[in-house]
Design a protein around this ligand. Sequence first.
Ligand SMILES: [Zn+2]
Length: 364
Amino acid sequence: MSGLKVYSIASDPIYIGTGGYTIGRVDNTIVRDPITRIPKIPGSSFAGTMRFYSALELQSAFKEEYRKDPHSRKEKDINELFDRPEKWITYSGNKWSLMKCAGQDEDPNEYYEDFEKINTPVSGHCGHCIVCKTFGYSKNNKSQQGIAFFSDLNIIFFPVYTRKGVMWITSKQLLEFARIILRDIELPQGEQVFVITNEESNKGENTINLGWLNLPYITKNYQIANELPNEFSYIKDQILNKIVLVPDDLISHIINSNLEVRTSVSIDPLTGASKQGALFTSEAIPRGTIFYGDIRLMERPVSNDMPGLSLVKEMIKDASRYYESFGIGGMVTRGFGRMKVFIDGEKDNGNLDNGGGSENEQQS
Ligand SMILES: [Zn+2]
């Protein structure tokens, strides 16, 4: 088992709805961790969008040559098309890929066949391309679990408006999830929070408002941002000297009382005016929130006609750029959901996993 680390920063508010129950004054609530009550982006949303964007990237590479008929791909050597046969795009099974390989299988009852025997048009997931192999597929006579497993994207730094401008709150628990271990620093207790900075502490003022909560603070000279991996420098620069470390038992409360809440009205399609009593509210994770997650990749025997993990990693990295334009979750047409996603190299699993076998990244 190897994997990829995923960091992300929201460029829009992010709304991933629970499909409708009401908490307090909010009509459309978002997905939360059942234990901590902290909002998150569920792994299923992350995997589903990644599948879609991978298929999109693959099809856009094919757009001219193979647009009309995937069967014309069979006649040609796909490598002829591209100068770089080592690219994930030119994985041999991609001859059968379609845009339908994204999303739900439209025809799970059709039969899975070997390449050479295929003579009927593929109508659902093709079952052969790198998208189907990575994210899994299920046909009448054969199904295969995917190679990639997506974790939830959990909040690690959350922006809150304060008198000092926007600060990013975090806690020991949130940081540990992202494998950021605080060394040689005591932790805030009770209602006290630490403003983490390398600047001189300002005298006189000793409380900070995190939203409407006013809490006593002390300044600590400690660089949490330095615990972030180097590849993450874009985000590091934004939050440097603007981190507030809060006790674990306050973090959920502060996040939940600083979510973005928007009020909208439903429009009556017949009159074009707002419907009577159609005011509704939606909550969302605010712009600037920083998330962490991981993607575990399962090694499969090469004999299984599986793409090598290096190709899968390339695909995921290429597909990730679509989050910046198309986003994730609901209400993406109303200015929600876009985020920047950074996929970083090898996740260091150390001795945590004993499964996995060799890093045998041959290409089929
Ligand atoms: Zn496919």
